[in-house]
Design a protein around this ligand. Structure first.
Ligand SMILES: [Zn+2]
Ligand SMILES: [Zn+2]
Length: 149
């Protein structure tokens, strides 16, 4: 059975409209290629030559990806990153470099247990947490030291 590939690819100027599940797939692929968190607008722009993605479609797709634990939102930046340790049950924290914009996901650090126990002591029922550290990554803090020497 030959493949269904067309001999000459059909390339519409403004890409085809796509549905949520397909949007989620292309958004996740795009996020995995990015080394820094990106906004919904940047996602739209980066895919605009291939797909027409309306903002509501992007947000619905991102919600779906976040529910599945495949994407996280960096609240302080209003931006999104692909999860680097897919399948973790723990809450994560993010170390955000204010120099280069890179974000590292902190997993398995016991943050979960600390937040749970602090909440418990207050009689507070924890539903969601958002731990974001702002500073300089190893590369940026090292190059800063080199510069100031
Ligand atoms: Zn994650
Ligand atoms: Zn950095």
């Amino acid at each position: 059975m030959p493949s269904h590939r067309r001999p000459t690819p059909h390339r519409p100027r403004a890409g085809p409209r796509i549905k949520k599940a397909q949007a989620a797939k292309v958004i996740l692929a795009a996020l995995k290629l990015m080394r820094r968190p990106v906004s919904a607008y940047e996602i739209q722009a980066s895919l605009s030559d291939r797909f027409h993605l309306a903002p509501p479609t992007i947000y619905r797709a991102l919600d779906m990806l976040m529910d599945e634990g495949l994407v996280h939102k960096i609240q302080s930046l209003n931006a999104f990153v692909a999860c680097r340790h897919v399948g973790h049950a723990d809450r994560t924290a993010f170390a955000i470099c204010t120099e280069c914009g890179s974000v590292m996901e902190i997993c398995g650090s016991g943050i979960d247990a600390i937040l749970e126990s602090c909440s418990h002591q207050l009689g507070f029922e924890l539903h969601e947490s958002n731990v974001e550290l702002h500073g300089a990554c190893k590369k940026c803090s090292t190059s800063e030291k080199v510069r100031s020497d």
